[in-house]
Write a protein that binds this ligand. Structure first.
Ligand code: ADP
Ligand code: MG
Length: 395
């Protein structure tokens, strides 16, 4: 799960991470009021969306007086901001962060992520702050430093110090920098984060060390331990289909294409997305229905895939292990009943490949059903090729 910058900063502040003084605002009046309360000569008006790259897209404005705060706030609230992370459709700004302007001497990069190879938390730092870290990694990988953290020991003081020297934090700011690293690590572990990224971390003219931006991602599987974080969810930032799927216990990720697929098991779902691409199609989604595929769940999955008209065809690729092919087939019949009045048709062609437990019963249910546009495929390759062909023909 993702939260907004101002929420991340509040979480981090509670762990002792130095952040600028700031207050969220949902209206122009509130923005001006909060700027008054902050009272610094320069306040920064920052669009709050679940995406980075706001600075370059005009979503971060330095205001030198209250009139400017008012102007920037009116300009940004309700605006659709397109950054390199939002995709071309952009994200609508519904909230602002009004923040004290910092006297930046230099910008750095600092983050904690989980490294799958070593199964450890890794701290990454760079003196190339403010720019995209992917770009730094591609163009000057020698400018990125890493410290792998022993889970028993935690972030050792020598590692924090080594990082501070590696990224050339000026001498008078070293201790503040290592303190910030330690507090950020504690927040990362304490809140079960999957990412904590400060870009930029800044050293100010006064040699203070401050997290000027903050991005926290949380491990969804651990959210039940953090009701305070769950409360920060902003549903307007989330894909409604992904949300509906999560509520139904389905693993769904929107991929933007027009060939929907319904699969059981994450590995097979990935392979299915790959094979659709291989035959020249664009997958609409990743969908893992999991092990307990009751007809109700399958019907819900169908409705989610068809909702909004994005899908021009559906590829059902099921290898019945724990779940049974007959239950999946019954679910497809059920879905047709819910979706069409007579239960005889689905709005798009459906290619079905079934294999495994109760496959014969499953195939029979579909063959005996009155649904017109269900095509049985004997193999995964054949099924993928068939659905891509049909979706192309439909266009
Ligand atoms: P994004 O990563 O989405 O572009 P940031 O929060 O990193 O947004 O802001 C972009 C840039 O704006 C920063 O690199 C910094 O130069 C400037 N900036 C952001 N917040 C402040 C602040 N409180 N005071 C001064 N400058 C700021
Ligand atoms: Mg940033």
């Amino acid at each position: 799960m993702n939260i907004h910058e101002y929420q991340s900063k509040a979480v981090l502040k509670a762990y002792g991470v130095a952040v600028p003084e700031g207050l969220p605002a949902f209206t122009v009046d509130e923005a001006v009021e909060n700027a008054k309360k902050i009272g610094t000569p320069v306040v920064v008006v920052k669009a709050q969306i679940h995406a980075g790259g706001r600075g370059k897209a005009g979503g971060v404005k330095l205001a030198k007086n209250l009139d400017e705060v008012k102007n920037y706030a009116s300009e940004l609230l309700g605006k659709t901001l397109v950054t390199h992370q939002t995709g071309p459709e952009g994200k609508k700004v519904g909230r602002l962060l009004i923040e004290a302007g910092s006297n930046i001497k230099k910008e750095y990069y600092l983050s904690f992520v989980i490294d799958r190879q070593t199964a450890r938390v890794v701290m990454m730092g760079s003196e190339e702050g403010g720019m995209e870290i992917e770009k730094v990694a591609a163009e000057m990988p020698e400018k990125i430093f890493k410290e792998y953290i022993d889970p028993v020991v935690g972030l050792a003081p020598f590692q924090a110090t080594r990082m501070a020297y590696n990224i050339n934090i000026p001498q008078p700011a070293i201790r503040k920098a290592t303190k910030l690293m330690t507090c950020l690590y504690n927040a990362f572990v304490g809140k079960d984060c999957s990412l904590a990224e400060i870009n930029p971390l800044v050293v100010t003219a006064e040699d203070d060390v401050i997290a000027l931006d903050a991005k926290l991602n949380f491990d969804d599987s651990a959210l039940f331990r953090h009701p305070d974080i769950e409360e920060l969810r902003d549903e307007s930032e989330e894909d409604p289909k992904e949300r509906r799927a999560a509520e139904a216990g389905l693993n769904y990720v929107n991929l933007g294409g027009d060939v929907a697929c319904m699969v059981n098991g994450a590995g097979l779902a990935m392979a299915t997305v790959d094979i659709i691409k291989h035959y020249g199609g664009e997958p609409a989604n990743f969908l893992d229905v999991g092990g307990d595929s009751s007809p109700e769940k399958i019907a819900e999955a169908f409705q989610i895939m068809l909702d909004g008209g994005q899908a021009k065809g559906i590829f059902v690729n099921i290898f019945g292990g724990i779940n049974r092919c007959d239950a999946v087939a019954a679910g497809i019949v059920e879905a047709a009943k819910i979706i069409s009045d007579d239960g005889k048709s689905l709005p798009v062609p459906v290619v079905v490949r079934l294999e495994g437990t109760n496959v014969e019963q499953g195939r029979k249910i579909l063959q005996d059903s009155p649904i017109a546009n269900v095509i049985m495929a004997p193999t995964m390759e054949g099924g993928a090729e068939e659905i891509v062909k049909r979706v192309k023909a439909a266009k």
